[in-house]
Write a protein that binds this ligand. Structure first.
Ligand code: F0G
Length: 459
């Protein structure tokens, strides 16, 4: 007999207090933060769904590992363990430890990028795009049409569109394609998974043309869960076997360990090509650190190795995905338009549809993010025209294809009652949505503007 209620498959051994705040206080905090939740103080947030990155709770085994960290400058035992764990999981020969995902991206894409180069991805995450564009290269998103529609139900909305990929390769010329990057799961496209079939097709095409194929593997365990549940031929494989198969299709990966390695800081680059890995190692030493620690301390490497094993635990992964779906389903039941099916690490709200009285130029996603904080002390993030919008030559906004708000769920941190509280806050937002106001940008930097931009409510 199996029961309907999915319990958290862990007991809580250590707690961190949450400070309660009033709506009046939160209005002051929000004004001080220029209506940008990235500028809020964490102590003023009740439930922090800003990101699932680096916000996970580590296990007792990981904390025990921290005490065993070998802090030797070179050749540390903790490095051997990390290198072995990653080689075993990915099958890649060369592992470069970095302080987080974007450092791996900067090293690899900085080296293979540059003027006249093109990168193609299902969707480049913002740091990936920024690193590519900063090198002078171009980043083209190539998501299937179903992936771009929040309301269509499809098992693999993270898939890369193969006919468009073929077309872009033809148009740009093989020698100008620096790499094809498959982001699993597709964070900026709703946390949606990529099928093994799609990864195979990308792999075959890249092999045929001799193009480098890289996985952005931040959430590959969550992606493996969806493959096992949804794709024919995988139901009897373990999650780790599925991830291993996907790694075997590519030439290497970047990974922010702050996601599916369940650590608060860490990342790596792993490659099969000796020459490329040597070039990247030279860059690693200049900016990250020596080859056997990169940007990490020995204790970080211990925790990362343990987390990378724990994440493939079947009970954990089942709870992880089902609890995210629980939030998504409840929101959907009360009429909040969410991206379906519900993704792995987050629920994405279609803010353009929810606040359909706010024009895209007035950033409905940012308006919703502010309302959520104001009314419930919940911090979330806009993934839409604030994050990805551009301006044309007349200074008019070219909006992002979707205006989403992401409620990212930290791993093993919040219980069901925290989530039920968030659901209650949404009940109020639904009732009061016609009163929501648009927002304008008053100050913005050139790159990654969502982090530090200032906003104002439009009266
Ligand atoms: N790739 C993807 C798909 C990501 O989601 C992230 C980070 C990165 C790369 C960069 O990794 O932060 O360790 O440098 N995503 C975080 C988020 C920031 O909130 O989704 P990093």
């Amino acid at each position: 007999m199996t029961y309907k209620t999915i319990i958290e498959p862990f007991r809580i051994k250590m707690v961190e207090p949450i400070r309660m705040t009033t709506e009046k206080e939160r209005l002051q905090y929000l004004k001080k933060a220029k209506f940008n939740p990235f500028l809020l103080k964490a102590k003023d947030v009740i439930i922090d769904l800003l990101t699932d990155s680096g916000t996970s709770a580590m296990s007792s085994a990981q904390w025990a590992g921290i005490m065993q960290g070998d802090e030797s400058y070179a050749g540390a035992r903790s490095w051997e363990k990390m290198e072995h764990t990653i080689q075993d999981l990915t099958g890649y020969k060369y592992v470069l430890p970095t302080h987080q995902g974007r450092a791996a991206e900067r090293i690899l894409y900085g080296y293979i990028g540059g003027k006249d180069k093109t990168f193609i991805s299902n969707t480049h995450f913002d740091t990936t795009r920024a690193n590519i564009e900063f090198s002078g290269a171009e980043a083209i998103d190539c998501l299937t049409e179903v992936g771009r529609d929040p309301a269509i139900n499809h098992p693999f909305k993270g898939n890369l569109d193969i006919p468009t990929l073929v077309e872009i390769i033809k148009q740009k010329g093989v020698k100008n394609i620096a790499a094809v990057i498959l982001t699993v799961t597709n964070n900026s496209g709703g946390g949606q998974p990529v099928s093994m079939k799609n990864a195979k097709e990308v792999s075959d095409l890249c092999k045929k043309h001799g193009i480098l194929f890289i996985l952005d593997a931040c959430r590959i365990a969550e992606n493996a869960y969806f493959i096992k549940q949804r794709e024919k031929g995988y139901k009897d494989k373990t999650y780790k076997q599925i991830a291993q198969e996907m790694f075997s299709l590519a030439d290497g990966c970047t990974m922010s360990a702050k996601k599916d390695a369940i650590v608060n800081m860490g990342g790596f680059l792993a490659l099969n090509d000796k020459k490329l890995s040597q070039e990247c190692t030279n860059l690693l030493i200049i900016t990250e650190g020596f080859t056997t620690y990169g940007g990490l301390s020995g204790r970080d490497m211990e925790a990362l190795s343990i987390g990378l094993e724990e994440v493939f635990d079947a009970d954990y992964l089942h709870y992880r995905i089902v609890s995210t779906t629980y939030l998504g389903n409840k929101l959907q039941e009360m009429g909040v338009p969410v991206m379906i099916p519900i993704g792995g690490h987050a629920v994405y709200i279609d803010a353009k549809a929810f606040y359909n009285h706010i024009p895209v130029k007035q950033y409905p996603g940012q308006a919703l993010v502010c309302d959520l904080y104001l009314k419930g002390g919940i911090r979330s993030v806009e993934i839409g025209s604030v994050m990805f919008g551009k301006y044309d030559e007349n200074g008019s906004l070219i909006p992002a294809p979707m205006d989403l708000v992401r409620l990212a769920i930290p791993r093993r941190v919040y219980t069901q009652s925290h989530i039920d509280y968030a659901i209650e806050v949404f009940e109020r937002l639904v009732k009061e949505k016609s009163k929501a106001k648009g927002i304008k940008i008053t100050k913005e930097p050139k790159f990654l503007r969502h982090f530090t931009a200032h906003f104002q409510l439009i009266d």
